[in-house]
Design a binder for this molecule. Structure first.
Ligand SMILES: [Zn+2]
Ligand SMILES: [Zn+2]
Ligand SMILES: [Zn+2]
Ligand SMILES: [Zn+2]
Ligand SMILES: [Zn+2]
Ligand SMILES: [Zn+2]
Length: 441
């Protein structure tokens, strides 16, 4: 299948994103970059509505994700919790269906964020629509401040300049958004101290460097007014000295970065924090079944040196190359530098993800000092295989293992030698059993 290379699956949010650009986008799971490290390689298919495919998909230049742009909304973007931005995108199509050669099924459209995500993983990922809340916030028992604890760093605490301490904290979620009924917008996350501060008033004081907090990479948060409803905790206040949000009903009023005395909530309204840490998953309930096309390499190449136990004066190498057109090249070389002659047997076994095994075999003889004939055993076979061409996905993603034997197989059939190799390979790959072994040459 033709398409655009560079797409990866993010194991944190389960979304598909373009990893070939200048950045790895915004991940709704933690507001950091997407993580395509464990991903296979995918192609995005260009096009519009056609049989078997749905047009209207776009790349979002803010979060790098793929989303459906022709629904009633442009969804919710992890970068800023505003709609995705498909301007500048090529026209992509989502392909319908399930697992098939060259394609991975299990992909779904999320009706809340409009994004494409993988639905057959251990969870349904993290949705930027997320019911409008971000989990991962905690209370620091040292400074009494509210800070974001789900990132790579635990920030800087005014109490001791160390990290904040969430060890006694409940779990909190913050609302994404602006001023609205019952809530006050203008709250920002400081990338330096990880704290929550009011960014729409006077500049605050950051415990990291005693300059202003830095909300330049923050989403927009809102705090709930009041003394707490069901699922909320009352007692939170704004400190007019440092601009931070702190808990004012604890054993003390914490440590303020402005003067290292207690925070000052005397001019603050009453705020409540939302309890809970529910990771809000994508919602595939209204989705068709989609596939993503694998971006397969055009060839597979295995080259290895072959040595034997001490006392067997034979060594060499083999080379096996397969292409998507079905070309198979299998070559190699053994050299006998000793006195004894050997019958040589070499097999390379490939195994696809569904446990099917494929073998190539070479048998020859090297001649030692005591026998006439060549010390070398060279071979080179080139064939074209329809099996390889039509099942290229199996081969491009196959695991492999080889085994070589110098000397007679003594009563051991060649088929046993090959099937023992296949069994060892199955074990390496975590497969329960070998379904069948097909000889490629
Ligand atoms: Zn992600
Ligand atoms: Zn986006
Ligand atoms: Zn979603
Ligand atoms: Zn702290
Ligand atoms: Zn700060
Ligand atoms: Zn303060």
């Amino acid at each position: 299948m033709n398409g655009q290379s560079g797409w990866r699956w993010c194991r944190k949010c389960q979304g598909i994103f373009y990893a070939g650009g200048s950045n790895q986008g915004s991940c709704p799971a933690d507001n950091q970059s997407h993580d395509g490290g464990k991903s296979g390689h995918y192609l995005a298919v260009g096009g519009d509505d056609a049989p078997g495919q749905q047009g209207g998909w776009r790349w979002c230049k803010k979060c790098q994700g793929m989303f459906y742009s022709e629904g009633s909304t442009q969804g919710v973007c992890a970068a800023d919790h505003q709609p995705h931005d498909g301007s500048g995108s090529a026209r992509y199509a989502a392909i319908g269906g399930d697992d098939a050669p060259g394609r991975q099924g299990g992909w779904r459209w999320c009706l809340n964020c409009q994004g494409m995500f993988y639905s057959l993983g251990p969870n349904q990922g993290a949705c930027p629509a997320g019911a409008g809340q971000q989990p991962g916030w905690r209370w620091c028992r040292k400074c009494q401040g509210m800070f974001y604890a789900a990132g790579p760093k635990q920030g800087v605490c005014a109490a001791d300049k160390g990290a904040h301490d969430a060890s006694s904290s409940a779990h909190y979620a913050l609302i994404w958004g602006n001023d609205a009924q019952g809530q006050q917008g203008g709250w920002l996350w400081c990338r330096k101290c990880q704290g929550l501060f009011y960014g729409a008033g006077r500049p605050g004081i950051c415990p990291q460097d005693h300059h202003s907090h830095d909300g330049s990479e923050s989403g927009r948060y809102a705090m709930v007014w009041g003394d707490g409803a069901e699922g909320q905790q009352a007692g939170w206040r704004w400190c007019q000295k440092c601009q931070g949000m702190f808990y004012a009903e604890g054993p003390n009023l914490g440590v303020c970065p402005a003067d290292h005395k207690a925070h000052d909530g005397s001019n603050s309204a009453h705020y409540a924090a939302i309890a809970g840490d529910a990771r809000v998953a994508h919602d595939a309930s209204a989705s068709a079944s989609y596939v993503m096309a694998w971006d397969l390499p055009r060839s597979m190449h295995i080259h290895d040196n072959v040595t034997f136990r001490a006392g067997v004066a034979v060594g060499g190498w083999f080379d096996l190359r397969l292409t998507s057109h079905g070309d198979i090249s299998f070559s190699g070389h053994f050299h006998d530098s000793g006195a004894d002659s050997y019958d040589m047997t070499l097999t390379v076994v490939l195994m696809s993800s569904d446990g099917l095994a494929y073998s190539v075999i070479h048998q020859g003889r090297t001649h030692g000092t005591f026998e006439s004939g060549s010390r070398d055993d060279d071979w080179a076979r080139n064939e074209r295989s329809n099996l390889v061409a039509t099942n290229w996905e199996r081969f491009a993603t196959a695991g492999w293992r080889w085994n070589a034997h110098a000397g007679s197989l003594v009563g051991r059939a060649l088929t046993d030698f090959v099937s023992d190799t296949a069994k060892q390979l199955a074990q390496n790959l975590g497969k329960a059993a070998v379904t069948s072994i097909v000889a490629l040459l």
